[in-house]
Design a protein around this ligand. Structure first.
Ligand code: PLP
Length: 306
């Protein structure tokens, strides 16, 4: 066994205390921080890299390159270490120190770009490097790579179906590249077209829910298909932070901000659903990814104190 086999087959955890009434509506959360490098992005990164090897695009002494400010970079770095492939990551200079350290510890080379230009600046610099020396690099480009959502179509969704014995009625997930949501929603609706699937969105384009994007900021050429979604519950940064803290204190689940956003939306949905419904959502990464940020530092006064 190697670390690549520690991706997938994550536990599905039932929430007990943050749920309005679990005898009426159950909420289950897929604990993706159990993946080898600690996030849901291991699935997509592994699928894109193995697809590159299978198709011949990733061969010889090529270097894996991409622009990423977080979990995908850590996932590439871990997988590169397992397979003995060099990894070069473009990222805004203000990415937190613990993330940079994690990527470097797996052996990745980091290229820091202007913090003021954010992830867009990192993308531009990454594309420039690829255009300059195309034969050197394998560029998975997670926003357009079909292997991304297929990893969830073939993996995450099948696991959810088996773990709930096909009993789920609703699925919710926030969207970054939208790979998790698109792959799961497509497969789950194929299994049972009555399953409702919602993509959770930040309530404003300028928000603090790391890893997920407001629709206005989503690339037009990506694979997000709105027609698959049954609705887009909006969650504020305050609500997401508050729920992340509640998950730690009331459920013993130390998870990140996008996980808080997913569960906050799930709890709101549970209040509206008929008895016997079962909601499944995603815990995207662990709380330790946010130790130098505000998430765990501020005394929570009910969601309005940040
Ligand atoms: C913390 C976190 N949550 C959610 C997501 C969204 O996942 P996806 O890209 O599959 O939409 C990401 C993606 O980077 C993430 O890092």
């Amino acid at each position: 066994m190697d670390a690549l086999e520690l991706v997938g087959n994550t536990p599905l955890i039932e929430l007990k205390r943050v749920v309005p009434d679990r005898r009426k509506v159950r909420i289950l959360a897929k604990a993706e921080y159990f993946n080898a490098s600690g996030s849901v992005k291991d699935r997509a990164a592994r699928a894109m890299i193995l697809d590159g090897i299978r198709s011949g695009k990733l061969s010889g002494a090529k270097t894996i390159v991409d622009a990423t400010s977080g979990n995908t970079g850590i996932a590439y770095a871990m997988i590169g270490a397992v397979l003995g492939i060099a990894v070069e990551l473009y990222l805004p200079a203000n990415v937190t120190e613990e993330r940079k350290l994690t990527m470097r510890s797996y052996g990745a080379k980091l290229v820091e770009t202007d913090a003021l230009e954010g992830i867009d600046g990192a993308y531009k610099a990454c594309r420039r490097a690829v255009n300059k020396d195309p034969l050197k690099y394998f560029y998975p480009d997670q926003y357009v790579n079909e292997a991304n959502w297929k990893a969830h179509y073939e993996g995450t969704a099948e696991e959810i179906w088996a773990q709930t014995e096909g009993k789920l009625t609703h699925f919710l997930a926030g969207t970054g590249t939208s790979g998790t949501f698109m792959g799961c929603a497509r497969k789950l609706k194929e299994k049972n077209k009555k399953i409702k699937c919602y993509n959770v969105t930040p309530d404003s384009p300028f928000h603090g829910i790391e890893g997920i994007k407001h629709r206005m900021m989503v690339l037009k050429d990506g694979f997000f298909d709105e027609s698959i979604s049954d609705g887009q519950p909006a969650v504020s940064t305050e609500e997401a932070y508050h729920m992340s803290r509640r998950l730690a204190r009331e459920e013993g689940l130390f998870v990140g901000i996008s996980s808080g956003a997913n569960v906050a939306a799930a709890v709101r949905l549970a209040e509206k659903l008929p008895e016997g419904s079962m909601i499944v959502t995603i815990l995207c990464d662990g709380g330790s990814r946010y130790v130098t940020g505000e998430l765990w530092r501020v005394e929570d006064n009910g969601g309005w104190g940040i």
